[in-house]
Structures are given as C-alpha cells and as structure tokens.
Design a protein around this ligand. Structure first.
Ligand SMILES: CC(=O)[C@@H](O)[C@H](O)COP(=O)(O)O
Ligand SMILES: NCC(=O)COP(=O)(O)O
Length: 325
C-alpha cells in the first residue's frame, strides 16, 4: 500500500524496518546515515500509547516527532504520559524585584526589564503575585508585563471580585488562585479547594470565559487534587514550602504522591514556594512535576551573581536532574 502511495515520487523509496522497536530502527538509521536528519512522522493516535514503547523516553529525545491529526484523536499534548519525561519548565517569580523598588518608591529596579532578562536566560514563563495590599507587585506592573513579555504571564491572585476584574482586563495566559492573609509574611498554605469550592467555582468559570487558563495553588494532598478537578482547573501548583524548609523525606514523598495522582487525573502539576537550588534538584526528580516556580531565592541570588547567571544556573540544575531520572 505504501509503495502505491509513493509511486509517483521518484525520490522516495520504501525500506523495511530492521527491528520491531522504533527506538532501535531510528538508532540504526542514525548510525548508518550520520549526516542525515531524521524526522518521525506519525498519526496523533500514537500519543496515547507512546509511553508503552520500548525505551520511549530515549526515543522522544532522538529526533523531532511530527504528528498528523487523526479524527477522534485530538489530545492536549502536555497531559499525555510521554510528555512528563520532557523538559521541566521554570517559572521565575519577580515579586521581590518590586519589593526592592517599593522600599524607596523609585522606578528601579525595573520589573519588566528584570523579567525579560530572566526570559532571555531561560525562564519559560513569568509569575507575579498581585497581593491585595500591593506590598510588591502593583497593578501597572501586571499590565506592563502582559504587554511586553514574549512568554506566558502567570498571575497569582486571591479569589476575590476585585482581582477577578483586574485579571479580566489584563487577560494573562494563566491565573493561579492562591489563599491570602493580610498579615502573613508569605503565602502560608495552599488554597483549600474543598472548603472554598463555592467561592472558587464562579470565579474560575468567569476567568475561563475570558480565555484565561486556571491553576490552583494547593497543598500536596489527593483530596485537594480531586477538588481541583471538580473545579475544572487546568493545573495545580503544589505548595512545597513545608518540604523546602524541613527537607523532610516524608514531605518529599507527599509531593511525589500528589504529583503522580494529579497526573493520573489528567491535571498538569507544578510546584512552588521556597525553592532553592538544592530543593529544585530534588523536586526535579519527580517526573510528574512539569514546572517549578521560583522567586525569592532567585532574586536573592541575582544580587550576588546577576539575574542571568542565577536563572541559567537554576535551569541547568533542574534540566540535568530531570534528564538523569
Ligand atoms: C503564592 C506564592 O507562593 C508566591 O507568589 C509567594 O506568595 C510570593 O511571594 P510573597 O509570599 O513573599 O508575597
Ligand atoms: N508560587 C510560588 C512562587 O511563585 C515563588 O515563590 P517563592 O520562590 O518566592 O517562595
């Protein structure tokens, strides 16, 4: 059949695979034709089973994969099992650039400039938390970032009407709903998706109608993931602050368990809060976590080594750790 299809293309020919395993076929071809650039072309139905292939993780890294849509097989690529082996993304939170600026009421350091520097050096998206008391990020920062960033903006905010109206004007790619206490030094826990179900549901529905993706910042607990799913969140971000402070194995296992559960439920899983180079490396080994959000530590490192160096270093650490699992 293939021969009939390509009969009119003289430059094409059919060859028989020398192994039942795609991985081995590609490796053999690459060894035989070292100058050729191979591309794997397949139907989109391949996505649901690719993680069962022989050495599928290595296969995904061997060559570019082009998928042609097959009717009935339209998937969210990032949620497919194979996708969890891919690069771990880094979100850089620039809140504390604004903390420094607000301390003296100056126009510097420039939040947008620093965010763009982070992007140049490897940040995959930028995160800001517009707190109700505006202690760091201000409304104008959020609008300016949305306008001037070449990567997605992840806006963290409390689930209030005031914040909802701002988000609908800014239209960031993502809103991450977080709990907020006026007096807290930093975000102390995840949002309780069960207890706050009735407050969160209409806000999430309103945000979604504006075309904004929804993340819930939750404690690493299966029940919270269940409620995030009931609320139709696209992603959860696990509050990993307890682990980052204690470095306790039990806390780490809690994160791994919640991440695997979230993945099994079809909800993309991020992790954030209090992460430094050491804890980033440990969490990067949890394959069901697809992105880390790091703020305070990176801004502090930037004072010593510059933003570019801090972000590049963090990217290197998490990428090396992810590829070693
Ligand atoms: C939700 C979260 O974990 C971060 O956005 C963090 O809250 C930002 O920094 P502050 O808590 O110091 O405002
Ligand atoms: N959601 C967590 C975040 O954005 C960064 O938190 P931190 O690294 O500033 O503690």
């Amino acid at each position: 059949m293939v021969e009939n299809v390509i009969a009119r293309y003289r430059s094409m020919k059919v060859m028989c695979a020398d192994s039942p395993y795609s991985y081995k076929v590609v490796r053999n071809l690459q060894a035989k034709y070292p100058r050729a650039r191979f591309v794997w072309i397949a139907g989109s139905d391949t996505l649901s089973t690719m993680h069962k292939w022989y050495r599928w993780e290595q296969f995904c890294k061997l060559l570019p994969i082009v998928l042609l849509e097959r009717p009935g097989y339209v998937y969210n690529v990032l949620r497919m099992p194979f996708a969890v082996a891919m690069e771990l993304q880094l979100g850089v939170n620039v809140d504390h650039v604004a903390t420094l600026r607000n301390l003296r009421g100056t126009t510097y350091p420039d939040v947008v400039k620093i965010a763009n520097e982070a992007v140049e050096c490897g940040a995959d998206f930028i995160t800001v938390h517009l707190r109700e008391d505006r202690r760091h990020i201000k409304d104008g920062d959020v609008f300016a970032l949305k306008q001037r960033l070449a990567v997605p903006l992840n806006l963290e905010m409390a689930a209030t009407r005031e914040m909802l109206e701002i988000a609908k004007k800014v239209v960031p790619q993502y809103v991450c709903l977080v709990p907020e206490k006026r007096e807290e030094v930093t975000t102390e826990s995840g949002v309780d998706a069960k207890a706050m179900f009735d407050t969160l549901a209409p806000i999430i529905s309103d945000l979604r109608q504006s075309g904004i993706g929804i993340t819930l910042f939750i404690e690493p607990e299966e029940e919270q993931v269940d409620y995030a799913k009931k609320l139709c969140a696209d992603k959860v971000e696990l509050h990993v602050g307890a682990y980052c402070l204690s470095k306790s194995q039990m806390e780490l296992e809690r994160i791994a368990k919640a991440a695997a559960y979230s993945h099994a439920q079809g909800i993309e899983c991020h992790a954030g809060h209090g992460i430094d180079y050491g804890t980033a490396a440990t969490i990067a080994a949890i394959r069901h976590v697809s992105a880390l959000n790091v703020g305070h530590f990176l801004i502090c490192e930037s004072l010593l080594h510059g933003v570019g160096s801090a972000v590049r270093n963090m990217k290197k650490i998490i990428s090396e750790r992810r590829h070693s699992i």
